[in-house]
Design a protein around this ligand. Sequence first.
Ligand code: FAD
Length: 311
Amino acid sequence: MAEVLVAAWAANKLTYEMLTLARGLGEVSVVVLGGPGGDIADNLAEYGASKIYLAEDEALDGYLVAPKAEVLAGLVKEHSPAAVLLPGTQEGKEIAGRLAVLLDNGVLADVTGLDAEGVATQTIFAGGTLVTSKVTKGIPLVTVKPNSLTPTPAPATAERVSVAVSVSDAAKQVTVNKRVTEPKGDRPELAEASIVVSGGRGVGTAEQFSVIEEFADLLGAAVGASRAATDGGLYPHKFQVGQTGVTVSPQLYVAAGISGAIQHRAGMQTSKTIVAVNKDDGAPIFEIADFGVVGDLFDVLPQAGEEIKKR
Ligand code: FAD
């Protein structure tokens, strides 16, 4: 049976989605990039990984994407897997691009399905259109779009294999500085949260984003933002929802002060229930909202919050 290589660095829903997809293609091996990988090995085996390559080296934690691409390229050359699956996150896509160059291979992004013949289903045009594609050079090298599959467990016994990590000087040119702008709090992971409350340009300022955070905390929700909000410095970029940000598919998505541009919708339109708060009754977000409130978010969210507190 062909070996399918999955690249992972966390035991989260997207990793389990990749493992579920990979199981339909062959024998699943996971390479855990960064350490300590052993901590998540049992979780990976629960979703069908039969071999786990542990690439534990501080070079993989301390530098940006280039070392991860080099380690993956080495494994692909050594094992010739039938396909390589990477997370469809910003980091995963950057690694995939570099890996494609190192291997002189094609790459497919935002994949939602892949068959044993290597034919991938991809979303394009901000999620508006589905196409099927196949790489014509090399093996299927794909980034898997978050929240596009239902992860299902398939417990396996996983063999653990240590991988020697050797990183070129060129890959060490860019280092990660300690991030100092992380919002405080213990909120759920944005891509996996069952409730997301997002704010847009209508929130106005970074200080005023606390109205979004407070409402999110009442619901036990993750906080998201539109690109206008992240580009405008209202909230950190890693919380951007949309075509060029995180794809979410929660049970409940609250969009406050967000107009509903197609690129924003691309990252949230599969949410089960969408609630929009906007003071413009013609805002496009109302076209996809299940519940809409026309009003000032600085009135609506605190009032709704008071009602939630009473329950
Ligand atoms: P606006 O469109 O300015 O809307 C602000 C809204 O707030 C308005 O509807 C206004 O009525 C409302 N408002 C103002 N004050 C209040 C108030 N007090 N109470 C209630 N409502 C209020 N965007 C994304 O979000 N994610 C992406 O990933 C993304 N990727 C992109 C990729 C490309 C290639 C391009 C070209 C664009 C992308 N964009 C993305 C940008 C997108 O086109 C929009 O510009 C952006 O989504 C607008 O953000 P917004 O809705 O917050 O701002």
